[in-house]
Write a protein that binds this ligand. Sequence first.
Ligand code: NAD
Ligand code: IPM
Ligand code: MN
Length: 347
Amino acid sequence: TRTIDLAVIAGDGIGPEVIAEAVTVLEAATADEAQLAVTTYPFSAAHYLETGRILDDADLAALAAHDAILLGAVGGDPRDPRLAGGIIERGLLLKLRFAFDHYVNLRPTVLYPTVPSPLAAPGEVDFVVVREGTEGPYVGNGGSIRTGTPHEIANEVSVNTAYGIERVVRFAFAQAEKRRRKVTLVHKTNVLTHAGGLWSRIVQAEAANHPDVAWDYLHVDAATIFLVTDPARFDVIVTDNLFGDILTDLAGAISGGIGLAASGNINPDGTFPSMFEPVHGSAPDIAGQQKADPTAAILSTALLLDHLGLPDAARRVEAAVAADLAERGSTPRTTAEVGAAITTRLH
Ligand code: NAD
Ligand code: IPM
Ligand code: MN
Protein backbone atom coordinates (compact mmCIF):
# COMPACT_ATOMS: atom_id res chain seq x y z
CA THR A 1 0.00 0.00 0.00
CA ARG A 2 0.88 3.60 -0.45
CA THR A 3 2.57 5.58 2.32
CA ILE A 4 1.65 9.15 3.22
CA ASP A 5 4.71 10.78 4.71
CA LEU A 6 3.16 13.54 6.79
CA ALA A 7 4.85 16.31 8.79
CA VAL A 8 2.75 17.54 11.69
CA ILE A 9 3.30 20.91 13.35
CA ALA A 10 0.71 21.06 16.11
CA GLY A 11 1.85 24.49 17.27
CA ASP A 12 0.45 26.52 20.14
CA GLY A 13 -2.77 27.01 22.07
CA ILE A 14 -5.62 24.95 20.64
CA GLY A 15 -3.31 23.76 17.83
CA PRO A 16 -2.27 20.51 19.58
CA GLU A 17 -5.86 19.89 20.73
CA VAL A 18 -7.39 20.09 17.24
CA ILE A 19 -4.47 18.36 15.52
CA ALA A 20 -4.76 15.29 17.77
CA GLU A 21 -8.28 14.81 16.43
CA ALA A 22 -7.35 15.60 12.84
CA VAL A 23 -4.58 12.97 12.82
CA THR A 24 -6.93 10.34 14.28
CA VAL A 25 -9.47 11.12 11.57
CA LEU A 26 -6.81 11.02 8.88
CA GLU A 27 -5.67 7.60 10.06
CA ALA A 28 -9.22 6.24 10.01
CA ALA A 29 -10.03 7.77 6.63
CA THR A 30 -6.98 6.33 4.91
CA ALA A 31 -6.80 2.95 6.69
CA ASP A 32 -7.79 0.96 3.57
CA GLU A 33 -5.72 2.89 1.09
CA ALA A 34 -2.54 4.08 2.72
CA GLN A 35 -0.12 3.82 5.56
CA LEU A 36 0.13 7.12 7.42
CA ALA A 37 3.67 7.90 8.61
CA VAL A 38 3.62 10.90 10.92
CA THR A 39 6.67 12.93 11.92
CA THR A 40 5.93 15.58 14.51
CA TYR A 41 7.85 18.83 14.72
CA PRO A 42 7.81 21.10 17.75
CA PHE A 43 7.90 24.44 15.94
CA SER A 44 5.79 26.92 17.87
CA ALA A 45 5.94 30.00 20.07
CA ALA A 46 6.38 27.72 23.07
CA HIS A 47 9.35 25.98 21.41
CA TYR A 48 10.89 29.36 20.61
CA LEU A 49 10.57 30.54 24.20
CA GLU A 50 12.23 27.31 25.39
CA THR A 51 15.02 27.03 22.84
CA GLY A 52 15.38 30.38 21.07
CA ARG A 53 14.83 28.62 17.77
CA ILE A 54 11.95 29.34 15.39
CA LEU A 55 12.61 27.65 12.01
CA ASP A 56 15.99 27.47 10.30
CA ASP A 57 17.26 26.17 6.96
CA ALA A 58 17.83 22.66 8.30
CA ASP A 59 14.25 22.58 9.58
CA LEU A 60 13.01 23.69 6.16
CA ALA A 61 15.05 20.97 4.49
CA ALA A 62 13.59 18.35 6.84
CA LEU A 63 10.03 19.53 6.17
CA ALA A 64 10.64 19.69 2.42
CA ALA A 65 11.15 15.92 2.36
CA HIS A 66 7.56 15.15 3.42
CA ASP A 67 4.55 14.63 1.17
CA ALA A 68 2.54 17.29 3.00
CA ILE A 69 2.39 19.30 6.21
CA LEU A 70 -0.50 19.49 8.66
CA LEU A 71 -0.37 22.51 10.94
CA GLY A 72 -2.56 23.42 13.91
CA ALA A 73 -1.94 27.05 14.72
CA VAL A 74 0.95 29.11 15.99
CA GLY A 75 1.05 32.17 18.21
CA GLY A 76 1.57 32.64 21.92
CA ASP A 77 0.47 35.04 24.61
CA PRO A 78 -0.20 38.35 22.83
CA ARG A 79 1.03 40.28 25.88
CA ASP A 80 4.42 38.53 25.97
CA PRO A 81 6.99 41.13 24.82
CA ARG A 82 9.30 38.34 23.63
CA LEU A 83 6.73 37.51 20.94
CA ALA A 84 6.03 41.08 19.83
CA GLY A 85 5.94 42.03 16.19
CA GLY A 86 4.52 38.72 15.00
CA ILE A 87 7.94 37.09 15.33
CA ILE A 88 6.38 33.61 15.31
CA GLU A 89 3.68 34.29 12.73
CA ARG A 90 6.25 35.74 10.34
CA GLY A 91 9.24 33.59 11.26
CA LEU A 92 7.34 30.31 11.20
CA LEU A 93 4.01 30.38 9.39
CA LEU A 94 4.75 32.98 6.71
CA LYS A 95 8.28 31.65 6.33
CA LEU A 96 6.84 28.25 5.44
CA ARG A 97 4.34 29.73 2.99
CA PHE A 98 7.08 31.70 1.28
CA ALA A 99 9.81 29.05 1.36
CA PHE A 100 7.47 26.38 -0.04
CA ASP A 101 5.94 28.77 -2.56
CA HIS A 102 2.38 28.28 -1.33
CA TYR A 103 1.03 30.74 -3.82
CA VAL A 104 -2.51 29.42 -3.57
CA ASN A 105 -4.18 29.78 -0.20
CA LEU A 106 -7.34 27.79 -0.82
CA ARG A 107 -10.17 28.49 1.59
CA PRO A 108 -13.50 26.83 0.82
CA THR A 109 -16.67 28.00 2.53
CA VAL A 110 -19.63 25.67 2.72
CA LEU A 111 -22.69 26.21 4.89
CA TYR A 112 -23.72 22.64 5.66
CA PRO A 113 -27.44 21.94 5.95
CA THR A 114 -28.69 22.30 9.55
CA VAL A 115 -25.63 24.32 10.61
CA PRO A 116 -26.82 27.59 12.10
CA SER A 117 -25.60 30.73 10.38
CA PRO A 118 -25.86 34.20 11.92
CA LEU A 119 -27.51 35.24 8.65
CA ALA A 120 -31.30 35.15 8.58
CA ALA A 121 -31.50 33.90 4.98
CA PRO A 122 -28.08 32.73 3.90
CA GLY A 123 -29.21 30.64 0.93
CA GLU A 124 -26.82 28.14 -0.66
CA VAL A 125 -23.37 29.08 0.60
CA ASP A 126 -20.70 27.21 -1.33
CA PHE A 127 -17.77 29.24 -2.53
CA VAL A 128 -14.01 29.14 -2.39
CA VAL A 129 -11.61 31.96 -1.75
CA VAL A 130 -8.41 31.66 -3.77
CA ARG A 131 -6.18 33.90 -1.71
CA GLU A 132 -2.75 34.77 -3.06
CA GLY A 133 -0.22 33.42 -0.56
CA THR A 134 3.23 34.75 -1.27
CA GLU A 135 2.95 38.47 -2.03
CA GLY A 136 1.00 41.59 -1.07
CA PRO A 137 1.74 43.41 2.16
CA TYR A 138 2.87 40.10 3.72
CA VAL A 139 6.37 40.12 2.26
CA GLY A 140 7.84 42.40 4.92
CA ASN A 141 8.85 45.07 2.45
CA GLY A 142 8.77 48.16 4.59
CA GLY A 143 10.36 49.96 7.44
CA SER A 144 10.06 52.83 9.81
CA ILE A 145 12.19 55.90 10.33
CA ARG A 146 12.24 58.32 13.25
CA THR A 147 10.90 55.33 15.14
CA GLY A 148 9.31 56.18 18.46
CA THR A 149 9.20 59.90 17.74
CA PRO A 150 6.10 61.97 16.96
CA HIS A 151 7.40 62.12 13.40
CA GLU A 152 7.69 58.40 12.84
CA ILE A 153 6.98 57.20 9.32
CA ALA A 154 6.07 53.54 8.92
CA ASN A 155 5.72 52.02 5.46
CA GLU A 156 4.39 48.59 4.55
CA VAL A 157 4.77 48.06 0.81
CA SER A 158 2.40 45.67 -0.93
CA VAL A 159 4.32 43.65 -3.51
CA ASN A 160 2.30 42.54 -6.55
CA THR A 161 4.11 40.89 -9.44
CA ALA A 162 2.59 40.00 -12.80
CA TYR A 163 4.13 36.53 -12.40
CA GLY A 164 2.63 36.07 -8.95
CA ILE A 165 -0.83 37.31 -9.89
CA GLU A 166 -0.99 35.40 -13.17
CA ARG A 167 -0.35 32.04 -11.57
CA VAL A 168 -2.94 32.44 -8.83
CA VAL A 169 -5.53 33.87 -11.24
CA ARG A 170 -4.96 30.91 -13.56
CA PHE A 171 -5.60 28.57 -10.62
CA ALA A 172 -8.79 30.47 -9.73
CA PHE A 173 -10.21 30.11 -13.24
CA ALA A 174 -9.30 26.43 -13.30
CA GLN A 175 -11.23 26.03 -10.03
CA ALA A 176 -14.21 27.83 -11.55
CA GLU A 177 -14.16 25.41 -14.51
CA LYS A 178 -14.70 22.59 -12.02
CA ARG A 179 -17.42 24.46 -10.11
CA ARG A 180 -20.24 26.89 -11.05
CA ARG A 181 -18.09 28.84 -13.55
CA LYS A 182 -18.02 32.20 -11.88
CA VAL A 183 -14.99 34.20 -10.72
CA THR A 184 -15.15 37.36 -8.63
CA LEU A 185 -12.05 39.49 -8.37
CA VAL A 186 -11.98 41.37 -5.08
CA HIS A 187 -9.66 44.34 -4.74
CA LYS A 188 -9.75 48.07 -4.12
CA THR A 189 -8.97 49.41 -7.57
CA ASN A 190 -10.52 52.77 -6.80
CA VAL A 191 -7.72 53.54 -4.34
CA LEU A 192 -4.94 50.99 -4.88
CA THR A 193 -4.71 51.82 -8.55
CA HIS A 194 -1.30 50.35 -9.31
CA ALA A 195 -1.81 46.91 -7.87
CA GLY A 196 -5.53 46.99 -8.65
CA GLY A 197 -4.87 47.82 -12.28
CA LEU A 198 -2.47 44.91 -12.61
CA TRP A 199 -4.89 42.46 -10.97
CA SER A 200 -7.74 43.67 -13.22
CA ARG A 201 -5.76 43.40 -16.43
CA ILE A 202 -4.54 39.91 -15.57
CA VAL A 203 -8.03 38.70 -14.67
CA GLN A 204 -9.39 40.13 -17.92
CA ALA A 205 -6.68 38.41 -19.94
CA GLU A 206 -7.23 35.06 -18.22
CA ALA A 207 -11.01 35.40 -18.59
CA ALA A 208 -10.50 35.58 -22.35
CA ASN A 209 -9.15 32.01 -22.15
CA HIS A 210 -12.33 30.87 -20.38
CA PRO A 211 -15.33 32.08 -22.39
CA ASP A 212 -17.49 29.67 -20.41
CA VAL A 213 -16.59 31.28 -17.07
CA ALA A 214 -18.41 34.46 -16.03
CA TRP A 215 -16.47 36.96 -14.01
CA ASP A 216 -17.14 40.16 -12.13
CA TYR A 217 -15.38 42.58 -9.87
CA LEU A 218 -16.14 43.90 -6.38
CA HIS A 219 -14.36 46.43 -4.27
CA VAL A 220 -13.40 44.71 -1.03
CA ASP A 221 -15.66 46.90 1.10
CA ALA A 222 -18.69 46.02 -1.03
CA ALA A 223 -17.62 42.37 -1.02
CA THR A 224 -18.09 42.33 2.76
CA ILE A 225 -21.68 43.54 2.25
CA PHE A 226 -22.49 40.77 -0.23
CA LEU A 227 -20.81 38.11 1.90
CA VAL A 228 -23.41 38.94 4.52
CA THR A 229 -26.46 39.84 2.39
CA ASP A 230 -26.07 37.43 -0.54
CA PRO A 231 -23.22 34.94 -0.08
CA ALA A 232 -24.85 32.61 -2.62
CA ARG A 233 -23.70 34.99 -5.37
CA PHE A 234 -20.12 33.77 -4.94
CA ASP A 235 -18.43 30.76 -6.53
CA VAL A 236 -14.71 31.53 -6.76
CA ILE A 237 -13.29 34.67 -5.19
CA VAL A 238 -9.76 35.56 -6.20
CA THR A 239 -7.96 38.20 -4.20
CA ASP A 240 -4.70 39.32 -2.70
CA ASN A 241 -3.07 38.06 0.46
CA LEU A 242 -4.46 40.62 2.92
CA PHE A 243 -7.98 40.97 1.54
CA GLY A 244 -8.15 37.18 1.43
CA ASP A 245 -7.12 36.92 5.06
CA ILE A 246 -9.89 39.25 6.18
CA LEU A 247 -12.60 37.87 3.91
CA THR A 248 -11.99 34.29 5.01
CA ASP A 249 -12.55 34.99 8.71
CA LEU A 250 -15.83 36.62 7.66
CA ALA A 251 -16.59 33.63 5.43
CA GLY A 252 -16.02 31.36 8.43
CA ALA A 253 -18.34 33.42 10.58
CA ILE A 254 -21.27 33.20 8.13
CA SER A 255 -20.89 29.47 7.58
CA GLY A 256 -21.11 28.16 11.11
CA GLY A 257 -18.10 29.72 12.74
CA ILE A 258 -14.35 29.85 12.47
CA GLY A 259 -14.22 26.39 14.07
CA LEU A 260 -15.40 24.93 10.75
CA ALA A 261 -13.17 26.84 8.30
CA ALA A 262 -10.50 24.77 6.54
CA SER A 263 -7.60 25.85 4.37
CA GLY A 264 -4.77 24.63 2.22
CA ASN A 265 -1.55 26.46 1.46
CA ILE A 266 -0.87 24.93 -1.89
CA ASN A 267 2.14 24.73 -4.14
CA PRO A 268 0.30 23.52 -7.25
CA ASP A 269 3.54 22.77 -9.07
CA GLY A 270 4.39 20.11 -6.51
CA THR A 271 7.93 21.41 -6.10
CA PHE A 272 7.40 21.73 -2.37
CA PRO A 273 5.04 20.10 0.11
CA SER A 274 1.72 21.84 0.54
CA MET A 275 0.52 22.71 4.02
CA PHE A 276 -2.97 22.29 5.42
CA GLU A 277 -4.31 24.13 8.44
CA PRO A 278 -7.52 25.50 9.88
CA VAL A 279 -8.17 29.17 9.09
CA HIS A 280 -8.30 29.98 12.80
CA GLY A 281 -5.41 30.74 15.13
CA SER A 282 -4.19 29.42 18.47
CA ALA A 283 -7.19 30.88 20.34
CA PRO A 284 -5.43 31.62 23.64
CA ASP A 285 -8.81 32.54 25.15
CA ILE A 286 -9.99 28.90 25.06
CA ALA A 287 -6.69 26.98 24.87
CA GLY A 288 -6.13 23.96 27.09
CA GLN A 289 -9.82 23.63 27.94
CA GLN A 290 -10.97 21.16 25.27
CA LYS A 291 -13.39 23.81 24.04
CA ALA A 292 -12.02 24.18 20.51
CA ASP A 293 -13.96 22.75 17.62
CA PRO A 294 -11.55 20.43 15.74
CA THR A 295 -13.78 20.36 12.65
CA ALA A 296 -11.78 23.01 10.78
CA ALA A 297 -8.59 21.01 11.26
CA ILE A 298 -10.42 17.81 10.28
CA LEU A 299 -11.85 19.37 7.11
CA SER A 300 -8.34 20.59 6.30
CA THR A 301 -7.28 16.94 6.13
CA ALA A 302 -9.88 16.45 3.37
CA LEU A 303 -8.12 19.18 1.38
CA LEU A 304 -4.84 17.41 2.10
CA LEU A 305 -6.19 14.10 0.85
CA ASP A 306 -7.52 15.72 -2.33
CA HIS A 307 -4.12 17.29 -2.91
CA LEU A 308 -2.37 13.95 -2.47
CA GLY A 309 -4.70 12.28 -4.96
CA LEU A 310 -6.87 10.42 -2.46
CA PRO A 311 -10.28 11.91 -3.30
CA ASP A 312 -12.27 8.93 -2.00
CA ALA A 313 -10.77 9.33 1.44
CA ALA A 314 -11.35 13.09 1.22
CA ARG A 315 -15.04 12.55 0.47
CA ARG A 316 -15.28 10.11 3.38
CA VAL A 317 -13.92 12.76 5.78
CA GLU A 318 -16.36 15.34 4.44
CA ALA A 319 -19.27 12.92 4.67
CA ALA A 320 -18.36 12.02 8.27
CA VAL A 321 -18.19 15.72 9.15
CA ALA A 322 -21.48 16.44 7.37
CA ALA A 323 -23.16 13.60 9.25
CA ASP A 324 -21.78 14.83 12.55
CA LEU A 325 -22.85 18.42 11.81
CA ALA A 326 -26.35 17.22 10.95
CA GLU A 327 -26.67 15.58 14.36
CA ARG A 328 -25.01 18.24 16.48
CA GLY A 329 -27.33 19.35 19.20
CA SER A 330 -26.95 22.32 21.47
CA THR A 331 -25.08 20.33 24.15
CA PRO A 332 -21.44 21.42 24.09
CA ARG A 333 -18.92 18.68 23.43
CA THR A 334 -15.22 18.57 24.12
CA THR A 335 -12.65 18.74 21.34
CA ALA A 336 -11.96 15.03 21.81
CA GLU A 337 -15.66 14.15 21.78
CA VAL A 338 -16.17 15.86 18.42
CA GLY A 339 -13.09 14.12 17.04
CA ALA A 340 -14.25 10.73 18.32
CA ALA A 341 -17.76 11.21 16.91
CA ILE A 342 -16.36 11.95 13.47
CA THR A 343 -13.79 9.14 13.65
CA THR A 344 -16.45 6.62 14.61
CA ARG A 345 -18.28 7.36 11.38
CA LEU A 346 -15.16 6.34 9.44
CA HIS A 347 -14.82 2.85 10.89
P1 NAD B 1 -8.10 33.05 16.62
O1 NAD B 1 -8.62 32.48 15.35
O2 NAD B 1 -7.09 32.27 17.35
O3 NAD B 1 -9.34 33.32 17.61
C1 NAD B 1 -10.42 34.19 17.28
C2 NAD B 1 -11.68 33.76 18.07
O4 NAD B 1 -12.17 32.54 17.51
C3 NAD B 1 -11.39 33.47 19.54
O5 NAD B 1 -12.49 33.89 20.32
C4 NAD B 1 -11.27 31.96 19.58
O6 NAD B 1 -11.60 31.38 20.82
C5 NAD B 1 -12.24 31.53 18.50
N1 NAD B 1 -11.82 30.26 17.89
C6 NAD B 1 -10.75 30.07 17.07
N2 NAD B 1 -10.66 28.79 16.71
C7 NAD B 1 -11.69 28.15 17.27
C8 NAD B 1 -12.14 26.78 17.28
N3 NAD B 1 -11.48 25.83 16.58
N4 NAD B 1 -13.24 26.46 17.99
C9 NAD B 1 -13.90 27.41 18.67
N5 NAD B 1 -13.53 28.72 18.70
C10 NAD B 1 -12.44 29.08 18.01
O7 NAD B 1 -7.57 34.50 16.25
P2 NAD B 1 -6.75 35.56 17.14
O8 NAD B 1 -7.28 35.58 18.53
O9 NAD B 1 -6.74 36.79 16.34
O10 NAD B 1 -5.27 35.00 17.15
C11 NAD B 1 -4.69 34.23 18.21
C12 NAD B 1 -3.26 33.89 17.85
O11 NAD B 1 -3.23 32.99 16.75
C13 NAD B 1 -2.42 35.08 17.41
O12 NAD B 1 -1.11 34.87 17.88
C14 NAD B 1 -2.44 35.01 15.89
O13 NAD B 1 -1.35 35.64 15.30
C15 NAD B 1 -2.41 33.52 15.70
N6 NAD B 1 -2.98 33.04 14.44
C16 NAD B 1 -2.35 31.97 13.89
C17 NAD B 1 -2.87 31.40 12.77
C18 NAD B 1 -2.17 30.20 12.20
O14 NAD B 1 -1.30 29.64 12.82
N7 NAD B 1 -2.55 29.74 11.03
C19 NAD B 1 -4.04 31.90 12.19
C20 NAD B 1 -4.66 32.99 12.78
C21 NAD B 1 -4.12 33.56 13.92
C1 IPM C 1 -4.24 33.14 8.68
C2 IPM C 1 -3.57 33.95 9.74
C3 IPM C 1 -2.19 34.39 9.28
C4 IPM C 1 -2.38 35.26 8.04
C5 IPM C 1 -1.35 35.14 10.34
C6 IPM C 1 -1.27 34.38 11.63
C7 IPM C 1 0.02 35.45 9.83
O1 IPM C 1 -4.36 35.04 10.10
O2 IPM C 1 -3.71 32.10 8.29
O3 IPM C 1 -5.34 33.53 8.22
O4 IPM C 1 -2.59 36.48 8.16
O5 IPM C 1 -2.29 34.71 6.94
MN1 MN D 1 -6.34 35.02 9.21
